[in-house]
Design a protein around this ligand. Structure first.
Ligand code: TXA
Ligand code: MG
Length: 333
């Protein structure tokens, strides 16, 4: 693993690898991505192979800036430009009608393409250099984890997930946001939120003039993050309301099971023989730490992860979404 986030040689090597059709893992402000030249179907196929991801799942194409959008997308509606102006570089992916040339390996065979300009200096530098090297300049990148597992928010997590399967991991430290980008479909009329994220419906309302619709079709394969079970630890996991947490843990103890607890308001109980981790009691801080906490619990040798249920507020919607999916997929090999 490379531990140098700004060394010229790392970027040069990364661009050379991408140009040669190889994979490069890189940091974004949301999670680490597993990147390949989006215009090269053989390179994109390596992403699916490394992740063990079904090939009909579309990938997000990362760009260095707005000026590349029309190379990849056509009929871009005015509202999409407004969203880009406001939120790029940043944790927002827009689904747009694709240009005819865009390979179907990247779009999962759909007539749309997901585009994002990430707000991380290492990602942007990589994308700028890749675009300047010739070719089409788009880097297809899903989260750099094995399919269905917890997204990586540090370079060490990527190493743990993919190891030898990726020739270069650029290290940009811990991801600031910590959960995947908000996905907004602008390809068929009024914008629809396909995946909640740090950019919330309230943020979007400020641009759209009204709250966007939110897709409800959980399980639809078009958005792999919408599968009911996803982002999951290997250890079984339960979401338990704060008032029930102590009883729940005690019941586990009587069964001889050891719980790992992820709380945010219920403080650790003295004398409890459990791993008890407190996350920030605000959704932004919580998102930043969530995946690392789940990963740590997976390594803590506990029989069950109990997560204190989150507040029922729109501000918590994105992290609640990830938590529900993690619980649904947890404990499966
Ligand atoms: O924050 C993120 O979005 C991270 C970083 C690396 O940018 N990437 C990420 O990629 O989360 P991935 O593959 O784990 O999730 C991308 C989501 C998938 O659920 C995929 O189905 C959806 O984007 N997607 C991509 N293109 C699409 C399209 N044309 N139509 C519908 N959904 C699309
Ligand atoms: Mg993912």
């Amino acid at each position: 693993m490379k531990a140098n986030d700004s060394g010229r040689s790392d970027f040069t090597r990364a661009v050379d690898l991408l140009r040669a059709g190889e994979l490069v893992a890189f940091p974004t402000e949301t999670v680490y991505g597993l990147g390949a030249d989006a215009s090269n179907p053989a390179a994109v196929a390596k992403i699916f192979a490394a992740k063990g991801r079904p090939a009909d799942h579309p990938l997000i194409v990362h760009l260095a800036g707005h000026d590349a959008v029309e190379h990849w997308a056509e009929d871009v509606p005015a509202v999409a430009w407004e969203l880009m102006e406001t939120f790029w570089p940043g944790p927002l992916t827009l689904i747009l009608k694709k240009q005819a040339w865009v390979p179907s390996t990247v779009t999962g065979g759909q007539d749309t393409v997901g585009l994002r300009v990430p707000g991380h200096p290492v990602a942007l530098e990589l994308l700028r250099r890749f675009a300047a090297s010739g070719g089409h300049g788009g880097v297809a990148a899903p989260s750099a984890n094995r399919f269905g597992r917890i997204s990586p928010t540090t370079a060490a997590h990527v190493q743990e997930e993919l190891g030898e399967r990726v020739p270069l991991i650029l290290d940009g430290g811990a991801c600031a946001v910590g959960i995947e980008s908000t996905i907004v479909d602008c390809s068929r009329g009024d914008p629809v939120v396909l995946r909640p994220g740090h950019i919330s419906p309230l943020h979007l309302e400020a641009v759209l003039g009204r709250l966007p619709d939110i897709a409800t079709a959980v399980g639809a394969p078009r958005v792999s993050g919408s599968l009911a079970a996803h982002y999951a630890p290997l250890t079984p996991m339960r979401i338990v309301t704060g008032p029930r947490l102590l009883d729940f843990i005690n019941a586990q103890r009587h069964k001889g099971d050891r719980c790992g607890v992820i709380g945010h308001s219920q403080p650790p109980q003295a004398g409890m023989p459990h791993v008890w981790r407190m996350l920030p009691a605000d959704p932004v801080g919580y998102a930043h730490e969530l995946y690392a906490a789940l990963r740590d619990m997976d390594h803590a040798g506990v029989d069950l992860i109990a997560v204190e249920a989150l507040p029922e507020s729109p501000l918590w919607a994105a992290v609640s979404d990830r938590l529900r999916r993690a619980a649904a997929g947890a404990g499966q090999p």
